[in-house]
Design a protein around this ligand. Structure first.
Ligand SMILES: Cc1cc2nc3c(=O)[nH]c(=O)nc-3n(C[C@H](O)[C@H](O)[C@H](O)COP(=O)(O)OP(=O)(O)OC[C@H]3O[C@@H](n4cnc5c(N)ncnc54)[C@H](O)[C@@H]3O)c2cc1C
Length: 384
């Protein structure tokens, strides 16, 4: 049978959570994923949940819903997400004024606590106090990203959903109405298709002549095996240069570069960070490069050296851990926290991608999206 109520393209956390929520509404769903190895942003993520990051009524409400969802998600999905609450330690470089950096965080509904270098090492003993002028501490959530993705998928399969490992090569339509998709193996019929293709969402939309404000970074990080060191917190820099650059890369002048067929390098940012998962392995990150070609080659040796050196300044004991460099694409929207809604010019086409803090916003929005679908399509935001 090749007819479905909905086809979801991409089985990272956005596509898996959304497929599950749509199937829970009794709909017949096909989830298509091109990469059975899951070398995607979800697998290579820290898995941090920024509950504190709401800035207006809607985002604050989503943060609160997200917290409630995660507290019972393992039970609901019947499989562990390894959810826990932990401290997020945002490191402030030694040369920066801690108070000025703290002021940048006053827009969030949960305010950070400013700690001296000494106080920071009492909470996170692996920090190097001479490399920082302090830390901002925030209450954060954490899950294992790949295990959470698997848990959503297993629960989706139990609801009767289908997952096929095929690449969508074309989205099919007739008379401005969607009819299905063509993959590298099959043709599937559906009146509704939602793009959850992460960094490749932009290219898929472009095959339809649709240009939305969604872009991607090339992210590089190191995954280690289980090691006998104990990092208690999630460590990231307080100054996220990547967010500034993502915002600027969508400015009118730079937008035209994104249509350039060759590989244009718009920027390159190193943000030293680390998380340890419950099995004792680490993710050390991360370099974010804005390059217009999704297939661009990465200089793995140089990226690995840079990550080790910069992480080593903040967390010296992590510098020489065994581990391997990985690379993935991460979608972003310069002027909003996510791109979720329908494309009016092609009836039946939807986008659920481009999240800034995906792990906090995608699960509650997947629930809303599914309820808009069955209860009131008028509530679904229009993107074009
Ligand atoms: C080092 C690092 C740390 C991070 N830390 C955090 C964090 O702490 N908290 C947080 O919220 N976010 C974090 N992120 C970002 C987060 O991981 C991503 O935003 C999120 O995983 C994106 O999910 P996604 O489903 O949109 O994309 P992906 O996980 O990339 O999934 C998209 C999928 O679509 C598939 N696909 C694409 N095109 C097609 C096609 N044509 N046909 C079929 N399948 C297709 C791809 O193969 C891929 O599997 C981090 C990212 C990195 C790299």
């Amino acid at each position: 049978m090749k007819n479905f109520d909905w086809i979801v393209i991409g089985a990272g956390i956005t596509g898996s959570a959304l497929s599950y929520e749509l199937a829970k509404q009794g709909l017949k769903i096909l989830l298509l994923e091109k990469d059975s190895n899951y070398a995607n942003a979800t697998r290579y993520s820290y898995g941090g949940i920024a509950y504190w990051s709401g800035v207006d009524d809607f985002s604050i409400q989503l943060c609160q819903e997200s917290r409630e969802i995660y507290h019972q998600l393992s039970e609901e999905l019947g499989q562990s997400t390894e959810f826990r609450e932990l401290d997020l330690m945002l490191t402030i470089p030694i040369e920066k004024n801690p108070q000025a950096i703290t002021n940048n965080y006053q827009k969030f509904f949960v305010k950070p606590q400013l700690l001296s270098p000494q106080e920071s090492t009492e909470i996170e003993p692996l920090l190097n106090p001479s490399a920082i002028s302090g830390c901002l501490k925030l209450p954060h959530g954490h899950i294992h990203p790949k295990k959470t993705n698997d848990a959503y998928q297993q629960a989706f399969l139990r609801l009767g959903g289908t997952i096929n490992y095929e690449e969508v090569t074309q989205i099919l339509s007739e008379n401005e109405t969607l009819t299905g998709v063509q993959t590298n193996q099959e043709k599937y019929n559906s009146k509704n298709v939602v793009i959850c293709a992460g960094g490749l969402s932009r290219s898929l939309l472009k095959t339809l002549g649709i240009t939305l404000n969604i872009y991607f970074t090339h992210s590089q990080l190191i995954l280690t095996p289980t090691v006998d060191i104990n990092l208690k917190t999630l460590v990231m820099p307080a100054i996220l240069n990547r967010l500034d650059i993502e915002e600027k890369s969508g400015d009118s002048g730079l937008k035209s570069l994104w249509n350039h067929p060759d590989d244009e390098i718009i920027s390159d940012v190193m943000e030293p960070g680390a998380i340890q998962f419950l099995d004792g392995s680490f993710c050390l990150g991360q370099i974010s490069q804005i390059r217009t070609n999704p297939q661009a080659k990465i200089d793995s040796d140089s990226a690995e050296k840079t990550i080790r050196k910069e992480v080593g300044k903040i967390l010296p004991e992590l510098q020489d851990l065994p581990g391997k460099l990985h690379h993935c694409l991460v979608a972003f929207c310069p002027d909003s926290n996510f791109l979720v809604g329908k494309i009016d010019s092609l009836r039946g086409l939807y986008v659920f991608s481009g999240f800034t803090s995906t792990f906090v916003f995608a699960p509650p929005l997947a629930k809303r999206f599914a309820s808009w679908v069955v209860e009131d399509d008028e509530k679904m935001p229009s993107l074009l």
